[in-house]
Ligand binder design. Structure first.
Ligand SMILES: NC(=O)c1ccc[n+]([C@@H]2O[C@H](COP(=O)([O-])OP(=O)(O)OC[C@H]3O[C@@H](n4cnc5c(N)ncnc54)[C@H](OP(=O)(O)O)[C@@H]3O)[C@@H](O)[C@H]2O)c1
Length: 292
């Protein structure tokens, strides 16, 4: 457990993290490319480092919350020596390969790198209910676990591979972004008929809440290679998605997203899966489409 911490990167996430540490009585040093974003934190007692090097040297535990991993190299250019002896907890989102390369880079400069993937928007930072994936050296994770639990009360350590936490985060984003886009599509369609986002919100919430039952039902069947069409069939999905595309087209709204879903269903049917469950689309998705 540490009682002082550096936070580098003060977008909404970094600001919320630094504020959470201040709430817990930590001594907090911050640095941001645009210094004015530190104003509210400085007013609350945070120390604004004059440079990334000063921020690194201020504390052994350094939290990074940047737009991506490339921003870390940009920020630390010329300050590489100050990485030695530091534990860098990188909560910037990026791809697993970049996380692995960063772990090597930090180790090459005498520091330790923990990869993180935060499953919370800024208002959830500091909450005991929110969760963050971590991976990298277990010893560093265990040493700083209590400090990391200030950011989100739940931590999910996924092993030594520095890429694993980034992968787990990306798996969640694969679900999150298209799921939200599906909702925006429904809002656009509803709006074309004079129905507000608020009016359909309860139906959308119920719809997403029900997804858990589908996942619980299909996951063991998929793992067992069972795509029996006893509950649903790809051919039914093709017909249903055609209705979705036509309903959107008739309303005069954009159809690119539902059309892409329809295309996937049609490809599954063309591959001979029409009578199988729509879970068999997983098999279609395991390899790139022929024209991709
Ligand atoms: N917001 C969310 O809901 C959320 C949720 C989970 C995870 N995340 C992830 O958390 C990270 C931070 O999110 P955020 O919403 O706080 O992002 P953001 O508002 O885009 O902040 C990005 C930060 O990176 C800095 N930055 C960008 N390019 C830089 C460069 N070349 N050199 C130095 N600093 C640079 C920015 O500095 P300036 O202030 O000078 O521009 C800013 O401090 C992202 O990786 C994001 O994907 C966000």
């Amino acid at each position: 457990m540490s009682q002082s911490v550096t936070v580098i990167g003060l977008g909404p996430m970094g600001q919320a993290m630094a504020a959470a540490y201040l709430d817990r009585g930590y001594e907090v040093t911050v640095w941001n490319r645009t210094p004015s974003r530190a104003d509210a934190l400085v007013a609350r007692g945070a120390a604004l480092a004059a440079s990334p090097e000063e921020a690194l040297r201020a504390n052994q535990l350094v939290i990074l919350s940047l737009i991506d991993y490339d921003a870390m190299y940009t920020a630390f250019k010329g300050a590489e020596e100050a990485v030695a002896g530091r534990v860098l907890v990188n909560l910037s989102s990026d791809v697993p390969e970049k996380a692995r390369a960063a772990a090597d880079w930090v180790a090459g400069h005498g520091g330790t790198h923990l990869t993180g993937g935060v499953l919370s928007p800024p208002p959830g930072i500091g909450s005991p209910d929110m969760s963050t994936f971590y991976s990298g050296p277990r010893e560093a994770y265990e040493t700083y676990r209590a400090d990391l639990e200030v950011i989100t009360g739940r931590t999910d350590y996924r092993g030594e591979d520095p890429g694993r936490a980034a992968l787990m985060y990306q798996l969640n984003m694969v679900i999150f972004w298209p799921a939200m886009l599906a909702y925006w599509q429904a809002v656009a369609l509803a709006g074309a008929h004079g129905i507000s986002a608020s009016e359909i919100a309860p139906y959308a919430v119920d719809n997403y809440a029900g997804m858990g039952q589908f996942i619980d039902f299909y996951a063991p069947r998929i793992d067992a290679g069972n795509h029996a069409g006893d509950v649903d069939r790809v051919s039914m999905g093709v017909a249903s998605m055609e209705h979705v595309v036509h309903t959107n087209a008739d309303a005069g709204v954009d159809t690119a997203f539902p059309a892409a879903v329809l295309d996937a269903f049609r490809r599954a049917a063309a591959a001979g899966r029409g009578a199988d469950s729509f879970s068999s689309m997983v098999e279609l998705l395991r390899e790139p489409a022929a024209d991709a």
